[in-house]
Every structure is written in structure tokens, then in C-alpha cells.
Design a protein around this ligand. Structure first.
Ligand SMILES: [Zn+2]
Length: 252
């Protein structure tokens, strides 16, 4: 999931510390604008209306500080979301305005959902303003947001949603250490930027998740037999970092 962009994240970290002094912090009413697009295959699944509610809640449980819009259907060359971002196809389509339809890219996050299975890795990627993720079939199984707790046990649909949010977080400048986790009894509650990393192999963790403490101060622990509980909203600390992100440069 995602890319290692050390220098970029260092600059974001600098912004974050500046925000503590109040100099770069956005006003609370500042909206995050997320536009969700679908490949032609992903558009065959009935995802949009339910997903919109979940993404709104994830960014702002009060549903006021976020606007989630439908971008359109995209004629992509594959369903491999990771490749579509890292190989440049999806960012290029956005930058060239060749995504089709009447809508322009969103200022903050342009997320492309594909029909690739979440069992095929990597599942997605996010770079500034641009993200893509698989899992359309799993996302179609999400219950309506009103019927879905904010923290839930592992399921294909909940995992797909959490990874989708994870890639949106990368598109907004967040890294894995900006995530949050908390052991609660037999469970380890994980926020979207942490997601499944605590359960990954040592090699994967060393490459992608090499920290003992989150930037918000929480201890990053090993699962030690605990089962995942997935937060389907961004943790407060993640939301603060999203609010502090000044957007950087968007090529449109
Ligand atoms: Zn990631």
C-alpha cells in the first residue's frame, strides 16, 4: 500500500509542526474535496451511494467538513490500481483532462476505484492529490453507513474501505506513522493509516512501518495474537494532519 516518499513526508512533517503554532492551520470549516471515479469494470458494481456516505463519515463524522463527489467512469488500461498510479496512467489522465465527462479533477483527492480483488497485492497507491484502489466487489457489500459501526471486525468490505481511506490519506500527505493504534483486550484497534501493517511480515514492516511510535504520540505495538478491529473513520490525529495539509501543488 502506498509509496515511500521520505523527502515529501519530511516536508509535510515540517508543515505539521508549524501548524502547532497556529501559523498554517486551516480554518475548521475548510472542506476536503474528494472525487471518486470508477473504471468501467468497477462501475458494474453498485458502490457509489453507500461508499459516498462512508467516505464522508470517515473524514468528518459531523459530515460538514468534507465534500465527496462522483467523478465519472474511466477507461483505464487495467484494473491494477497500484500500477495505474505508480506507472503514471491515472495521474496523467487527470493532468491532461482526458478522464472524460464534464467534471474536472478535485482540489484534494481524486480516487479511482477498480475491480481488482483485494487479495491481489499491492492493492492501491496514493501520491499527492491522486489515489487508486481495488476492491469494487467487496465495497459493494458495505452496509449503509447508518447501519455500520465506526469500529468493526475484519471483513472483506471493511478492509476494502479501510484501504481506500488509507490511499486517500496518502493523497493528502499522510504516512503510515501518522496512524493510530490501541490495544483493547483481545483486539488491536487500527486506524486507516495503520490498517493491516502490524500483521504483516517482518520484511514488509521494516520497509513500510518501521516505527515504535506514531506522530500523534501513540505507541505502535505488535499484535501478539490480538485480532484487528478496523476503524472506518480517520483517527482524530489523522484528521488533524489532514486539516493541516496545505495541498501542495496540483497540476490542474
Ligand atoms: Zn500506505
Amino acid at each position: 500500500m502506498g509509496l515511500t516518499r521520505r523527502s515529501f513526508f519530511l516536508s509535510v512533517a515540517a508543515l505539521g509542526s508549524a501548524s502547532v503554532t497556529g501559523t498554517t492551520r486551516r480554518e475548521p470549516e475548510t472542506e476536503v474535496n474528494v472525487k471518486i471515479w470508477f473504471t468501467e469494470q468497477a462501475a458494474n458494481y453498485d458502490v457509489w451511494e453507500t461508499l459516498r456516505g462512508h467516505v464522508e463519515r470517515a473524514f468528518d463524522p459531523a459530515r460538514e467538513g468534507v465534500v465527496v463527489e462522483h467523478g465519472g467512469t474511466v477507461d483505464a488500461s487495467s484494473e491494477n490500481a497500484y500500477e495505474l498510479v505508480t506507472g503514471g496512467e491515472w495521474p496523467t489522465m487527470l493532468a491532461q483532462g482526458s478522464v472524460g465527462g464534464p467534471t474536472a479533477p478535485a482540489d484534494d483527492v481524486n480516487l479511482l476505484v477498480t475491480a481488482r480483488s483485494m487479495h491481489e497485492f499491492p492493492t492501491g497507491a496514493g501520491i499527492p492529490h491522486v489515489a487508486a484502489v481495488g476492491g469494487a466487489e467487496a465495497l459493494a457489500d458495505l452496509p449503509p453507513v447508518e447501519d455500520c459501526p465506526e469500529v468493526t471486525g475484519w471483513s472483506n468490505s471493511a478492509y476494502a474501505l479501510q484501504v481506500l481511506l488509507h490511499e486517500c490519506g496518502h493523497a493528502l500527505g499522510l504516512d503510515h506513522e501518522d496512524g493510530y493504534m490501541e490495544p483493547v483486550g483481545e483486539h488491536l484497534v487500527v486506524s486507516p493509516m495503520v490498517s493491516g501493517y502490524p500483521w504483516e511480515s517482518k520484511d514488509v514492516r521494516e520497509e513500510q512501518f518501521d516505527t515504535d511510535r506514531g506522530t500523534c504520540g501513540c505507541q505502535f505495538v505488535r499484535p501478539d495474537g490480538r485480532d484487528p478491529r478496523l476503524m472506518l473513520t480517520f483517527a482524530e490525529c489523522e484528521r488533524e494532519r489532514i486539516a493541516a495539509y496545505d495541498g501542495g501543488y496540483a497540476p490542474w
